[in-house]
Design a protein around this ligand. Structure first.
Ligand code: PGA
Ligand code: ZN
Length: 426
């Protein structure tokens, strides 16, 4: 009898991401099931991330993925057909070996990511279990505390905010359902207030579904959040604030300074700047507060805000276990963002999560600013019990797809579902 998990076919086509750019969708068939994976795409990418294979040239402004499709059809498919998808890590290893580069530049990070996601989905489908359960078994029951980006700046918006993401975190909710309800109420409140204050144009949304109002300064955005939280009827015990500075984007490498709020700050000044914000606002975490080449200042800020605010790496750590270990030993981070396509395979993302958890650090499963209807990350958050997810505002279909899948998982788990709220951070 043939093995139900045996990979029998692998195919790839082009689909579009949420910014209207081409991306790659891979479909993997086993003897007894199938799975699909679609690669997302970032706009503020770290230097050490896996790189996508793009066609260049005129079509799609150079963003075409025919080369990545070729890479799946010509190289990856022949290497993994006949393999056992149940052992998805072995399949990923074969892909990693075939690529042979540190950043997936031969096969393309988009090709390897979509394939790896398709393989694990095919394995779960063949097993007849939801993906989160295939990964985490009966132990998987923690719904993540969502970090929801509702004001967009930086590379995700056309305004002057240097900081890329202003997130609300429903820390005081009792269930994931409740967290979504609270977040939606605050989001709607913010929408009304922005419209009144800045006019109808201010409620257009950025890439991750947050509003992109014509604000100039960090405090303007933070005040708007605090106001919306308050007028929705909540306080600090219910909803806190998380920031993703994505500081490499406003770092001027020539002069070694940061341009923020119309000012020019040295790294030391920026430490003071963040400390000031932390004293004034209910901030629970700050991601990428400094450039990806400056772990020393991550560590300095981390020492200053210890016990109160978590310092998180993203461009700094790029979902690579070895870099994460290094950053932990340098005292630079309390946790890291996990993006499958920064690494290029599920297996490598899993190793990154394990290094974090074994060191009692936080792993935050994350979307990219260019997303699709693929909901795999919702399952990764529950399957690996990270307790934390970043997947945008409760708006735009590619963002709500993830929240909706988490609501389904919560309903499926029934009374066994757990929501940790603030305890997922500290
Ligand atoms: P990106 O940004 O997906 O545009 O790279 C997301 C982030 O920095 O967290
Ligand atoms: Zn980030």
């Amino acid at each position: 009898m043939s093995n139900p998990f045996e990979i029998v076919s692998v195919n790839a086509i082009m689909v579009l991401d949420s910014r209207g750019n081409p991306t790659i969708e891979v479909e993997v068939e086993t003897n007894d099931g199938m799975g699909v994976g679609i690669a997302p795409a970032g706009a503020s990418r770290g230097k050490r991330e896996a790189v996508d294979l793009r066609d260049g040239g005129k079509a799609f402004g150079g963003m075409g993925v025919q080369k990545a499709i070729e890479s799946v059809r010509k190289y990856i498919a022949p290497a993994i057909i006949g393999m056992n998808s149940f052992y998805f890590r072995e399949v990923d290893r074969a892909i990693i070996q075939l690529d042979g580069t540190p950043n997936k530049s031969r096969l393309g990070g988009n090709a390897t990511t979509a394939t790896s996601i398709a393989v694990i989905n095919a394995a779960a489908n063949t097993a007849g279990t939801p993906l989160f359960e295939f990964i985490g078994g009966r132990r998987a029951r923690i719904l993540p505390t969502p970090m929801m980006n509702i004001i967009n700046g930086g590379a995700h918006a056309g305004n002057e905010l240097a900081i890329q993401e202003f997130m609300i975190v429903p820390v005081g909710a009792d269930t994931f359902f409740d967290a979504i309800r609270i977040a939606v109420e605050v989001y709607k409140q913010l929408k009304n207030e922005l419209k009144t204050k800045y006019g109808a144009g201010a409620i257009n949304v950025g890439d991750e579904g947050g509003f992109a109002p014509p604000m100039k300064e960090t405090r303007e955005a933070l005040n708007a959040l605090v106001e919306a939280i308050k007028s929705a009827g909540y306080g600090e015990g219910d909803v806190m604030i998380a920031l993703d500075a994505a500081a490499s984007q406003f770092f001027e490498s020539g002069d070694g300074v940061y341009k923020i709020d119309g000012r020019v700050l040295s790294p030391g000044d920026l430490v003071e700047y963040y400390s000031g914000l932390v004293d004034e606002y209910p901030i629970i975490s700050i991601e990428d507060p400094f450039s990806e080449d400056d772990p020393a200042h991550f560590a300095e800020l981390r020492r200053k805000v210890a016990g109160k605010v978590l310092i998180i790496g993203d461009d700094l750590t790029v979902t690579r276990a070895s870099i994460i270990s290094e950053m932990i030993s340098e005292g630079a981070v309390d946790g890291a963002i996990i993006k499958v396509n920064q690494a290029g395979t599920i297996t490598e993302a899993e190793e990154a999560i394990e290094v974090l958890h074994l060191n009692n650090k936080r792993a935050i499963i994350s979307h990219r600013s260019g997303e699709t209807e693929d909901v795999t990350i919702a399952h990764l958050a529950v399957g690996y019990g990270t307790g934390l997810i970043k997947t945008g505002a409760p708006a735009r279909g590619e963002r709500t797809a993830k929240y909706n899948e988490l609501l389904r998982i919560e309903a499926y788990l029934g009374g066994e579902a757990v929501y940790l709220g603030k305890k997922a951070f500290f």
